[in-house]
Write a protein that binds this ligand. Structure first.
Ligand code: AMP
Length: 283
């Protein structure tokens, strides 16, 4: 496994892999690798001749007081895990390689969807995400890029950006990996106290109740939102940020479920904010 710190060397390594006939699989991450990341890497390993993982805690996607400094970082452990999973290239750049001072980088505008839900709670978040992903896609070149459904709004915006810019990148969505109680794996889970960790199970419970109501024929999105808000609201340590139902194709909030829809929740556990989502059964 090759560890690369510079943009030039990353571009060259993937160009070389393609010149040798490999399809490149690319998994962008912020490190603190867990089973969710591992599932993306395994999928890339199964489907591609060469696998690259980037590890970069992107300062642009954190607002002030959003825990950029506290975000878990353990490069040594991540490198060992990546090697175990058969990764060929790890790109772990310093910030100046990602965002060179004085260089005009392509600007990324998420559009109206970027201002809703996660974007409403975290102004500027998706502009920061897309700026970093656009830079990574530019350096990586033609590839299959693996993203988790756990971050559904991010996945939606990244896919739209790749399509809109006609980038030679196929974005591949991967299912959310969960703990036994349903809690989605997240690097932030490590920051929860035992009490908060137990309470965090309410996110998946709320989503499951909404999915169950939809399965039983409930089409009124407002009622599903109320079900989710009630479940999270009834959990002592949890503080609801939002519960919503969106159309999969547009990521617009819907009043009624007529086609593919997804339920989403976000809640605070102390100072830690967790998100999750679940596709709803199709009517
Ligand atoms: P992050 O390091 O949190 O930026 O995540 C890197 C990638 O891993 C993103 O595409 C995430 O959606 C994905 N990911 C994070 N958690 C999970 C999970 N529990 N299951 C599947 N994918 C995940």
């Amino acid at each position: 496994m090759e560890l690369i710190r510079t943009a030039v060397a990353f571009r060259r390594a993937l160009d070389q892999a393609r010149a040798g006939g490999a399809v490149v699989g690319f998994v962008p991450t912020m490190g603190a690798l867990h089973e969710g990341h591992a599932s993306l890497i395994r999928r890339a390993r199964d489907e591609c001749g060469a696998v690259a993982v980037s590890i970069f805690v992107n300062p642009l996607q954190f607002g002030t007081n959003e825990g950029f400094g506290d975000y878990p970082r353990d490069e040594e452990r991540d490198l060992a895990r990546a090697a175990e999973l058969g990764v060929d290239v790890v790109f772990a750049p310093p910030v100046e390689e990602m965002f060179p001072v004085g260089e005009a980088l392509p600007t990324a505008q998420p559009g109206p969807v970027g201002d809703r839900l996660e974007g409403a709670s975290r102004p500027g978040h998706f502009r920061g995400v897309l700026t970093a992903v656009a830079r990574l896609f530019d350096l990586a070149g033609p590839c299959r890029a693996y993203f988790g459904e756990k971050d559904a709004q991010q996945l939606y915006l990244v896919r739209r950006m790749a399509a809109g810019r006609a980038l030679p990148v196929e974005v591949v969505p991967c299912p959310t990996v969960r703990e036994p109680d349903g809690l989605a794996r997240s690097s932030r889970n490590a920051l929860l106290t035992p009490e908060q960790r137990e309470a965090a199970g309410c996110l998946f419970l709320a989503l499951s109740e909404a999915a169950e109501a939809a399965r039983s024929g409930e089409r009124d999105a407002g009622k599903l939102v109320a079900v989710m808000a009630r479940e999270i609201g009834a959990t002592p340590v949890a503080r609801l940020d939002y519960a919503a139902v969106v159309d999969e194709e547009t990521f617009e909030e819907v009043r009624r479920i007529d086609g593919k829809a997804r339920a989403l929740v976000a809640a605070w556990f102390g100072t830690i904010r967790l998100i999750d989502n679940l596709a709803l059964p199709i009517p």
